[in-house]
Design a protein around this ligand. Sequence first.
Ligand code: IMP
Length: 193
Amino acid sequence: MGGVTAVLCSSNEHKARELERLLPGWTIELLGVDAFPPETGATYYDNAAAKARFGREIGPADAWMLGEDSGIEVDGLDGGPGVRSARSAAGDEVGWMLHALDDDERRGARYVCELVALAPDGREFRGTGTVDGRIAHEPRGTEGFGFDPVFVPGGEEQTVAELGDDWKARHSHRANAARALLSALAAAPASHG
Ligand code: IMP
């Protein structure tokens, strides 16, 4: 699918640039609003769909709307903070995580990403992606954002912030979700034209 203009219903420029790289031929803009509805859904899907529908209400009618919700699930936090990641960490993801785990050695973790795309004609598509790893004892690296300086993917020694944007474009939870979304779009019958 090429030549798509999509509006990402988020204020996270990192996510927009990552998704633009992951969705070939798509131009991704951020929805230019100061405030988004609170993320109160029980699932990543609920939050991603709510963001996309909010964009559909106020954004350009001829653009695709993309809603994205992601989080991190940590063994030593009984699978938390999960869908509450953004609310829990409140902009200090690394400090919050290292403090929450302290010296707990149950550091297995996974990133989860849910993407919802709403076509101009109202059809809805979704893609889910995960990546397994563990939480490091101290932050390392400068690329990425959020928990990346303390997340070491399975099979790697470096954090995502050290592995960098090229690694993320191939292997991240968002990359896996984008691939799933592209598969769903490819499998759908064309609506018109
Ligand atoms: P939300 O999807 O914007 O609600 O973000 C959920 C939380 O997970 C925020 O604290 C983000 O910083 C964090 N997060 C989401 N994706 C990533 C990622 O790719 N790397 C690191 N942290 C992430």
